[in-house]
Design a binder for this molecule. Structure first.
Ligand code: AMP
Length: 397
């Protein structure tokens, strides 16, 4: 089957076109500045160069139309016609408590996703726009919704409840949901597969360290805890997000800066994290360089970041009463050996025995710990698009 995987933001649309039999990415790209002047589409065929076309995109329907035009282009396309697009998989950020797994999209599903809009006001409406655009341009092509939150719906109440009056959970569904679920699910199953084990027999801690970052505890194949909460702001220190903090800081800063709470939340989302702390960058390549040049704030930032990751790992060892596998993934987890080294120094008591030479490896699936270690430490590259493609095929075949 040929599956078009779509990840729609408010002014962008990322896509990959995947042959599900070979799992080869036939083409991929990005539409940017949708609804804004200067829109452009990037298109890259497997083995080909990036092709950038500046073209007006007043809305997402036009963006999807341009993606279809590129895929079916007689010269540079990868299929002859629209008929060769067999299914569409959509990444949906928030499924609330309504979706514990992926679903085939129909009117009822669209309504239920709409009902989750207030939980993710920046993301879900944009995801829905992508669904409507595809419906219009590809009528009759089956579509599947794959939720960032679904994998974590197995968390027990003790993991998802906040210490708030219970009525806020009852009335407004204020609870922890967790995100990056597609990645935590994919990475934990790939890790088990690589080790020749059944995920149902393992306690796995997945460290998804990218620009956004979260950790999960996956016990016997199910997510039992994860670090993000009602929104993706909770948990680890991230590229530009603060992660956990004392909630009283919001009113404290609001008074000091004469700014409403929304403004402070914006700072916590966009100007904090390693970017705000280091005054260097949100990119770990820049941070590592600054660290190696002796930049004191970069050093403190990496120490603070790694300390938080290590503390979460420790808490998930407690949550599962043990751990068999620690898997690093996403941009930082797969590539930044310095972070893995700094985190690893807190974990030797577990019997991790990570080989310092192997720890220098980047971006490939590999076991970093010595054979016979009590805990297996690994790099497992994530691939959320492939995971969405697999889910789509599973449901429409
Ligand atoms: P992600 O959100 O998973 O795409 O991760 C992005 C982050 O990974 C970047 O901001 C970088 O800080 C970090 N990173 C470190 N090394 C690399 C690398 N070689 N390639 C891509 N990302 C990297």
């Amino acid at each position: 089957m040929n599956v078009l995987v779509i990840n729609c933001g408010s002014s962008s649309l990322k896509y990959q076109f995947i042959n599900s039999d070979t799992e080869e990415v036939m083409a991929k790209g990005l539409c940017e500045r949708i609804g804004i002047d200067g829109s452009q589409i990037t298109y890259q065929k497997a083995g080909g160069d990036k092709d950038i076309t500046v073209s007006p995109m007043p809305d997402h329907t036009k963006a999807v139309q341009l993606v279809i035009d590129k895929l079916t282009d007689p010269v540079n396309g990868v299929v002859k016609s629209l008929k060769e697009i067999d299914a569409v998989g959509h990444r949906i950020v928030h499924g609330g408590e309504k979706f514990a797994s992926s679903v085939v999209i129909n009117d009822e599903v669209i309504k239920a996703i709409e009902e989750c809009n207030d939980l993710a006001p920046l993301h879900n409406p944009a995801n829905l726009i992508g669904i409507h655009a595809c419906e219009k341009l590809m009528p009759g092509v089956p579509m599947v919704a794959v939720f960032d939150t679904a994998f974590h719906q197995t968390m027990p109440p003790k993991a998802y409840l906040y210490g708030l009056p219970y009525e806020y959970y009852e009335k407004y569904k204020v609870r922890r949901y967790g995100f990056h679920g597609t990645s935590h699910d994919f990475v934990s199953s790939e890790a088990a597969k690589f080790l020749g084990k059944d995920r149902k027999d393992l306690k796995i801690i997945v460290c998804h360290l990218g620009n956004g970052a979260s950790i999960s505890a996956v016990m016997n194949g199910k997510s039992v805890d994860t670090s993000m909460g009602l929104t993706p702001l909770e948990g680890l220190i991230m590229g530009t997000r603060s992660g956990d903090l004392d909630p009283a800081i919001i009113t404290f800063l609001s008074n000091k800066l004469h700014m409403p709470a929304e403004g402070i939340i914006d700072i916590l989302n966009k100007k904090s994290g390693v970017y705000g702390l280091s005054r260097v960058s949100s990119d770990f390549r820049d941070l590592e360089k600054a660290y190696n040049e002796g930049n004191e704030l970069a050093k403190i930032t990496l120490e603070t970041y790694s300390y938080r990751v290590a503390k979460y790992i420790g808490s998930y060892v407690a949550a599962m009463n043990g751990v068999d596998v620690i898997a690093y993934t996403a941009g930082v987890g797969e590539n930044t050996s310095l972070v893995r080294k700094m985190v690893g120094e807190y974990l030797t008591y577990l019997g991790t025995n990570v080989d310092p030479e192997k720890n220098k490896i980047r971006g490939e699936i590999v076991v970093l710990s010595d054979p016979g270690s009590k805990v297996t430490t690994m790099i497992v590259p994530t691939n959320e698009e492939l995971a969405i493609c697999r889910e789509t095929v599973r449901l429409v075949k």
